[in-house]
Design a protein around this ligand. Sequence first.
Ligand SMILES: [Zn+2]
Ligand SMILES: [Zn+2]
Length: 182
Amino acid sequence: MVSINVAQLLKAPTGETRLFTFDEGVEGFAPELVLAGPVRGQCRLMKTTRGILATCDYRAQVEVVCSRCLVDVVVPVASHLEEEFHPSVNIRTGEWIPETEEDQGLRIDEHNVLDLDDLIRQDILVNIPLRPLCREACQGLCPNCGQNRNTGACRCMAEEEPQLGRLGEVLERERQRKERGA
Ligand SMILES: [Zn+2]
Ligand SMILES: [Zn+2]
């Protein structure tokens, strides 16, 4: 989990900062994603008048499927996040602070733990290309036999040509006949 106890920072004066790095293993971090490597990054936490501003940079590698040929592809994701988290309890009195719309769900929990997992997971999802490609010039699959055209031409191509050739001949004869008729 990319989380940190910010009790001390919440008591600090506005503008105080704290840095931390993280290196999350592949296991369990994001069940909806297939990670091909750890999620690594660093965050700077700054005490603000309302809470804590988290500024993070991270890198991840996500395994996806090529949208044309369906082979597995590892897509690198590098991103920058900046969000303000608000406390859910008053650090001095321990009093519960009701959630408001301004919080946008970004709340530091009642144990003063700031958890960045959800934010990073959502950000990774947003940064994965909608139609990933294994390579720019991916030839895709043959719609007829399903052969991966990147690994070689299939028999469909070889069979199509003579058919087109015959059609060409028919059209050519038709054209010549019309010419003679005219
Ligand atoms: Zn492909
Ligand atoms: Zn084919």
